[in-house]
Write a protein that binds this ligand. Sequence first.
Ligand SMILES: Nc1ncnc2c1ncn2[C@@H]1O[C@H](COP(=O)(O)OP(=O)(O)OP(=O)(O)O)[C@@H](O)[C@H]1O
Length: 261
Amino acid sequence: MSVETNKQPADGTHSGPAPLIRLEQVTKRFGDNTVLDHLDFSVDAGRHVTLIGPSGSGKTTILRLLMTLAKPDEGTITVDGEQLFPASEKQIREVRKKIGMVFQQFNLFPNMSVLRNVTEAPVTVLGLSKDEAEARARELLDLVGLADKCDAKPSQLSGGQQQRVAIARALAMRPQVLLLDEVTSALDPELVAGVLDVLRDIARSTDITMLCVTHEMNFARDISDQVLMFDSGRVIESGPPEKIFGDADHERTREFLSAVL
Ligand SMILES: Nc1ncnc2c1ncn2[C@@H]1O[C@H](COP(=O)(O)OP(=O)(O)OP(=O)(O)O)[C@@H](O)[C@H]1O
């Protein structure tokens, strides 16, 4: 499979083994509610990292910060050596090109065909020609099993198919990082497996970096190089899936997993 990413050559300042994503001492508050509390973690290029933890522990907030949909109150976030906060609008636009996100809701453009949903941003944001964007989109729609749905409107597709279009749309920007926020939570149970299979395939066969929030623990176990257990805005434990799911050190992790597995 030929999913490629828009890898930028590292400049002199940021070359070397710097992680692709780095959060340092990140704090995020909503009023009196401290959602992230001096959070530190980093993700190396090409790794698949899953965030697990109880509802409200701040997992989605991290993805929203990385997408610049929210700002931290303190701390720094860098992606590929470039700082996200504080940064000019222009810098943020550049960093944003490196990050794709798939949300719980598919958020497709209802009046556009499936193909146009996937070509729109590569044409308008990256400046690809229509032909180039269509070739890329057709390849990705084939990858997610929807080659025959190019001309359909989103409303003619099942939720699982719509989410697969959303995955193709995110990949069409050739991001270095794919953020996945509970992408199967809004789906009927029988449609979940098809979407997770597509993501497993992408995880196995591409070099894209994935940061994933999910309540699907089997999926987390399958695709992750590393699992981060969150509680109250902090990472309380992290490790490879065999360790976290099989022999967690922290009692809170064991309690959480025994409740959800
Ligand atoms: N825009 C907002 N305004 C106020 N509070 C918010 C906002 N967004 C998130 N929060 C609060 O921040 C906390 C963390 O939310 P977040 O969605 O990051 O948790 P989560 O770990 O992803 O939970 P879940 O697994 O239920 O999705 C929650 O208490 C939530 O109510």
